[in-house]
Design a protein around this ligand. Structure first.
Ligand code: SF4
Length: 159
């Protein structure tokens, strides 16, 4: 099975109640073995919710307690983000997951980039909390921006 950020599959789990439907994933969603997950919802956050960003670090620093996740009003939502990452990681063995495709830029799912913690729409290099945890567990993790038909076929052959 391939773990996929639920918003990429068209599910309305984004903080504002929207989605990030990705054409290639939608094309194959009935043919390939995808398992959708939204770590923020798994962690107990609502839809809609206030946008949140990682302050003073990235997902790996959040996991070691060196950085926090705050919403745009300053509320600390670190616990929910870490809980969601752990619940997502818990699905790996129970669903025989061999790779993940996650939404770039998200404080949970970002694979190469995340918002920089200033709530000014600027991004910086780094991973979201869930992406960091999955990579620490040696799961191959890709962003939707890296997707090609060839990569999907390869991931499917490994699943
Ligand atoms: Fe999508 Fe991940 Fe944000 Fe959930 S946490 S809405 S799956 S980017």
């Amino acid at each position: 099975m391939i773990l996929v950020s639920s918003c990429l599959l068209g599910l309305k789990t984004r903080y504002d109640g929207g989605n990030n439907a990705q054409k290639l994933l939608l094309k194959y969603k009935d043919l390939l073995k995808f398992i959708p997950v939204c770590p923020e919802v798994e962690g107990g956050l609502s839809i809609p919710r206030l946008p949140a960003e990682i302050v003073n670090g990235d997902g790996s620093k959040v996991l070691t307690g060196q950085a926090r996740v705050l919403d745009c009003r300053g509320r600390d939502v670190t616990t929910a983000f870490v809980k969601g990452a752990k619940i997502t990681a818990g699905k790996l063995s129970s669903h025989n997951i061999t790779a993940a495709i996650l939404k770039e830029g998200s404080p949970s799912c970002g694979v190469h980039r995340i918002y920089d913690g200033t709530f000014t729409k600027h991004k910086k290099a780094g991973q979201g909390v869930t992406a960091a945890l999955l990579q620490q567990l040696n799961l191959p993790v890709y962003s939707e921006e890296e997707l090609t038909e060839e990569l999907l076929a390869f991931l499917q052959s490994q699943s």
